[in-house]
Structure formats: C-alpha cells, structure tokens
Design a protein around this ligand. Sequence first.
Ligand SMILES: [Zn+2]
Length: 80
Amino acid sequence: MAEFCLTCWNRMNRTPGTERDYILSNGRELCEGCGRFCRVVEGERTFKFLYDLRHRKKQRNAAVLTPPRFLSPGPRPAPS
Ligand SMILES: [Zn+2]
C-alpha cells in the first residue's frame, strides 16, 4: 500500500481529514506524495470516541464545570 502523509492524502482525496479522522504512523515514513519523511496515514480511524477520550478530556471537563447559564447565547432577534 502506498503511503502518504495527511496533507497529500487530503489533497488526493479532496477531504478535510485530520489526525482525528485517520490513524497516523508513530514513526516517520517516506511519503510517496511529497517525498518527505513524515507521519503517514495508516488507515481510517474507526473509534473516534477513543481519540476524543484521549485528547479532549480537559475541554470536556471544562464544559461540565461551566454553569449552563453561561453557555446560553441569550435572546436572539426574531427573523423578520
Ligand atoms: Zn506528503
């Protein structure tokens, strides 16, 4: 299987994929798109919630600690 870094992968597939969407190699591999050594896409990430658990725990806790009244956007002007 050809190996491409995330940038080349998105360019080829016209996708806005991020590290959350794709599993990247731990080490640096030769990207066949740009010819540089970088972390390449190894596959599509199936369990994105696992990535969320690992990377977004602090943000989630912050949201829980914030009282709901601070999150409400307030009254909006009615559409005319
Ligand atoms: Zn590349």
